[in-house]
Each structure stands twice: as C-alpha cells, then as structure tokens.
Write a protein that binds this ligand. Structure first.
Ligand SMILES: NC(=O)c1ccc[n+]([C@@H]2O[C@H](COP(=O)([O-])OP(=O)(O)OC[C@H]3O[C@@H](n4cnc5c(N)ncnc54)[C@H](OP(=O)(O)O)[C@@H]3O)[C@@H](O)[C@H]2O)c1
Length: 272
C-alpha cells in the first residue's frame, strides 16, 4: 500500500468508526461507506462518504478503483460476495476482511478443563456461510482475514453486559479485543499483512466469565442477575501470529485496566 493510496472502510459501524478516527490521526487518505450515508455518516465530511451496499450492485462502482478495502461486515451471502469480488477486487487491491473467532470449530469436551489453544492452523467450520465468503475472498482474491474475538470498548462495556445479565458467572472462556487495538490492527494488516493469510485478533488472555464477574463485583459492585449455570468450555484464541508478524504491541492487553478506563469514561458521561 503506497502512502497515497486511499482506503475505503466498507461498512462504517462500531469498528469502522474507530478505523476512520485512527486513519485520520495518521493522516491516511480514508473514505467511509454506508448503505445510508446521509443518515449514518453525518460526522464524516461529505467528499469522504460513499454509498455502498453489497446487496445492491448499482452502488459498487462508487468505490475508487485504486483504493484498498477494509470490509467490516459479515461476508455473506456468497453469491453477491463472489460477484462483487470478481468485478471489483482485482489483484492490485489490498483487502482486509473482518471475520470472527466463531469460525473455529468448538472443542466442546466438557471433561476438558482447559481446551487447547487455537491458532490460524486450527480448522475453521466451512459449513458456516460467513466462513465460505471469507475463504472465497482469501483464496481467490488474496484477502487477509482477521478472525476477531469479542469486541469491546467505549459504549460496548462488558461491565454493562454483566449488569444487564447478558452474561453471568459461568465457567465459559471468553476472548476479547479492545476496539482501538482491533482498528489499529486492521490498518496495520492492510499495510504489512501477507495476502491470503488469516490472523487471529484477540488480547491473548482468555478468561472465564466467572472470574471477570468476580473482579467486576469487587471493583465496581456490579453483579449479574444471572446465576451460575453449566456452560460450554469456550475457546482459547492464540494471537501470536498477528502480534509477531504485524509487529504490534497491544494498547489494551490488560482487560481490567481497560474496564477501569471505560468505567471512568462512562462516569464522565453521566450528568452530575
Ligand atoms: N461484536 C463482536 O463482538 C464481534 C466479534 C467477532 C467478530 N465481529 C465481526 O467484526 C465485524 C465488525 O463488527 P462491528 O460490531 O464493528 O460491526 P457493525 O457495527 O455492525 O458495522 C458494520 C457496518 O457495515 C454496514 N453493513 C452491514 N451490512 C452491509 C451490507 N450488506 N453492505 C454494505 N454495508 C453493510 C452497516 O452500516 P450501514 O447500516 O451504515 O450500511 C454496519 O454498521 C463484523 O463483521 C462482526 O460480525 C464482531
């Protein structure tokens, strides 16, 4: 990617907005897409907005031919994914696609206390439509696939998930990544990643929800209305390849420090 090559964020939602913010701070030429740019991209300068809808081929030609792409919504259904890529993703375009660690088969052995680490060589579930879309883009168009753990950050605060009972004190392992680190890694992958590679994106510290709930209860007095119940074991996602090959040091490697910052920010937003 040359310094002047524009980047288009395909789908400017939660992660896309962070990519946009960081790219602007790094003075990278960045454009943002939405299916409804007038409604959803009011905070993006007009010339940097693009209308793009995977399900509407009439919008595809709005993408500058020379731009690289960061695709932030699930690559489904397969037919429009293939059709779009055949027409608009030639080999000169660099393409980063956000996937999910849910692509990996679950090692659901309730007898196993700690499941094995999952790296990029672990089998993905090719029966999942999303994985089929990603694998098509990876093998046929050189896309770099980021298999992303649970995303948290400002306005997506795990303390609130606990308070609302969306999660409870189970033994299930959870893998998380702060949105700022994810957004940095998206830009870094576009710049230095190897075409056709998969990278796991996680903070590298799988934790049990029960442990997170206990810590959150001690630190902030927040308790889940859910009770302990039997759970799947969860996964342990290894992030070594991404950090080593992309040369990145996580800014938010310690979940509890990150949560403390989120709690402070949330407190600041409450009118006193
Ligand atoms: N949330 C998690 O914990 C988690 C965990 C693992 C992986 N992921 C994956 O990581 C990626 C980023 O997550 P996110 O939460 O930042 O996503 P998000 O907020 O939903 O942003 C994606 C944006 O893409 C646009 N979009 C959706 N469908 C589209 C389509 N068919 N054509 C064109 N644009 C479309 C939407 O914006 P408009 O409505 O403005 O078009 C949407 O806001 C997603 O692929 C998600 O599945 C998320």
């Amino acid at each position: 990617m040359s310094a002047s090559r524009p980047i288009v964020i395909l789908g400017t939602g939660y992660t896309g907005r962070w990519i946009h913010k960081l790219a602007k701070e790094q003075c990278l030429p960045i454009l943002a897409s939405s299916r409804r740019p007038e409604q959803h991209l009011g905070d993006v300068a007009q010339p940097a907005r693009i209308q793009f809808d995977l399900d509407d081929p009439a919008t595809w030609s709005a993408l500058p031919l020379e731009a690289d792409l960061i695709w932030t919504f699930p690559a489904v259904p397969l037919e429009p994914v293939q059709s779009f890529a055949k027409h608009y993703c030639d080999s000169s375009r660099r393409l980063v696609v956000l996937g999910s660690t849910s692509a990996y088969e679950r090692g659901d052995d309730p007898e196993m206390n700690l499941p094995p680490w999952i790296d990029e060589t672990s089998p993905a579930n090719l029966g999942l439509p999303r994985v089929q879309g990603e694998e098509y883009l990876r093998t046929q168009h050189g896309a770099m696939i980021l298999r992303v753990a649970g995303i948290y950050g400002p306005n997506r605060n795990p303390v609130e998930w606990i308070r609302q009972g969306r999660v409870g004190p189970t033994n299930k392992l959870v893998n998380l990544i702060h949105v700022e680190d994810l957004a940095q890694l998206c830009l870094l992958t576009l710049r230095t990643g190897q075409a056709g590679n998969v990278y796991n994106i996680s903070d590298g510290h799988p934790r049990r929800w029960a442990d997170i709930c206990a810590e959150v209860s001690i630190k902030w007095g927040v308790v889940s209305p859910r009770e302990t119940s039997p759970s799947q074991p969860g996964k342990r996602i290894c992030n070594r390849k991404a950090l080593e090959q992309l040369g990145y040091t996580l800014r938010h490697s310690d979940l509890y420090h990150a949560l403390a910052d989120l709690q402070l920010e949330a407190g600041d937003r409450i009118p006193r």
